[in-house]
Design a protein around this ligand. Structure first.
Ligand code: AHM
Ligand code: MG
Length: 331
C-alpha cells in the first residue's frame, strides 16, 4: 500500500538522502548512478521507437535509404559509455559488449574510486518482438594496487557497492540497491524522472513458480531434472520471458525461482557472472532471497575472467532451497 505522506521522491533525491546518512560520502557514487539513469532514459526512448527507427535485427542491416543501421544493443552500449565516460569517480568501465574493460584514467588517481560494469541491453532479441529488455549494472570499489590494472575488476560479487537493473517494458522500471535494501522506481515519462514506488522491496518467501528454458531439460544435470519432475507433481507453474531482466523482475515481485542451469551447449551455464548473475544476485539477497550457482553462493565466486559464465538459481528462499535439495540428492 502506497504511503500517501511519502511525497514525490526521485531517484536523485533518494540517493542524496542516503548520502547524508554517511558523513564520509563524497557524492561520487550518486554522480555515477545518475549517469546510469540518464543513459537508461535515453535507451528507454530508443526502445520505444525501435521499430519506427528501424533499429531491430542485425548490425549488418541497411535501411530503405541504404544507411547502415545500428542494432539497439550497440546503441545502448555507446549511450552508457558516453554517459559514464565523462563522469568523475570512475576508473574502469566494463561492458558485456566490449572484449576488454576500458580504463578511463591512470591507476593511481584517488579521485576515481569506482568501477562500473554493465550489460547494456539484456535479452536484446526480445526487442524484435516488443518484449521486455533491460540494462543491468554493477558498481565495485577500484583497487588501485591491482596489476595489471584490468584485474581490479575481478572481484567477487559480495564486494559490490551498488547494483541494479532498468527494465524497458510497458513502463520503465529501475530496481536498485546500494547495500541498504532494494528500492523500486518507475520512470514518469511526463516529467522525465524516476519516482520511488516501492521502498525496501522484499521478495515473497515462497511462490510455486519456476522460470527457465525447459526445452533444454534433457541436457540439464540430473538434479535439475529431478527438481522439475518434483515441481510438476506439486502444482508449480512455469513462466519464461527469455530475458533475464524480465524474468528476475517477475520473480522479485511475485516470488518463485529463476534458473539457468548448465546445459550440454553451455556446461558452465550461459549467463555472465559479473554482468548478470552478481548484480541480480545482490538485488535478490538484499530483497531477502537467495542466489546460487550450483551449490555455491553466487556472490562468493572469485571470477577468473571478466566474461566468466556461471549457472544461476535465484529467487524466494524456500524455492531456491527446493532446487538445492534436489541438487544435493545422491543418485
Ligand atoms: P544476452 O545478454 O546476450 O541478451 O543473453 C542473455 C539472455 C538472458 O537475458 C536470458 O535469461 C537468456 O539469455 C536466455 O537464453 P536462452 O535463449 O538460452 O533461454
Ligand atoms: Mg544479458
Amino acid at each position: 500500500m502506497e504511503d500517501p505522506n511519502r511525497g514525490l521522491i526521485t531517484v536523485t533525491s533518494y540517493l542524496l538522502d542516503e548520502e547524508r546518512k554517511h558523513p564520509t560520502a563524497t557524492g561520487k557514487l550518486t554522480w555515477i548512478l545518475s549517469a546510469i539513469t540518464l543513459a537508461s532514459k535515453y535507451i528507454a526512448a530508443r526502445c520505444r521507437r525501435a521499430r519506427l527507427e528501424d533499429v531491430l535485427g542485425s548490425i549488418d542491416c541497411e535501411n530503405v535509404q541504404g544507411e547502415i543501421q545500428q542494432k539497439l544493443d550497440v546503441i545502448a552500449n555507446e549511450t552508457l559509455l558516453k554517459c559514464l565516460g565523462n563522469r568523475g569517480g570512475l576508473a574502469i568501465v566494463a561492458s558485456e559488449e566490449n572484449e576488454e574493460p576500458i580504463i578511463l584514467r591512470s591507476s593511481d588517481d584517488p579521485e576515481r574510486p569506482y568501477i562500473a560494469l554493465f550489460d547494456p541491453l539484456d535479452g536484446s532479441s526480445n526487442i524484435d518482438v516488443c518484449g521486455g529488455v533491460g540494462t543491468i549494472f554493477s558498481i565495485l570499489h577500484h583497487d588501485r594496487r591491482a596489476k595489471p590494472l584490468e584485474s581490479a575488476v575481478l572481484q567477487p560479487g559480495y564486494r559490490q557497492v551498488a547494483a541494479g537493473y532498468v527494465l524497458y517494458g510497458p513502463s520503465t522500471i529501475l530496481v536498485m540497491t546500494t547495500g541498504n535494501g532494494v528500492q523500486m522506481f518507475v520512470l514518469d515519462p511526463s516529467i522525465g524522472s524516476f519516482l520511488l514506488v516501492e521502498p525496501d522491496l522484499k521478495i515473497p518467501k515462497a511462490y510455486k513458480s519456476y522460470s527457465l528454458n525447459e526445452a533444454y531439460i534433457e541436457t540439464f544435470p540430473e538434479g535439475y531434472q529431478n527438481y522439475l519432475h518434483w515441481a510438476h507433481q506439486n502444482g508449480y507453474s512455469g513462466r519464461y520471458a527469455g530475458a533475464m531482466v524480465a524474468d528476475v523482475h517477475r520473480t522479485l515481485i511475485k516470488g518463485g525461482v529463476f534458473l539457468y542451469p548448465p546445459t550440454k551447449k553451455a556446461p558452465k551455464g550461459k549467463l555472465r557472472l559479473m554482468y548478470e548473475a552478481n548484480p541480480m544476485g545482490m538485488l535478490i539477497e538484499q530483497a531477502g532471497g537467495k542466489a546460487f550457482s550450483g551449490l555455491e553462493r553466487t556472490l562468493d565466486i572469485q571470477p577468473e575472467g571478466v566474461h566468466d559464465r556461471v549457472s544461476v538459481i535465484m529467487g524466494s528462499t524456500e524455492e531456491v532451497d527446493h532446487v538445492l535439495a534436489h541438487l544435493k540428492e545422491k543418485p
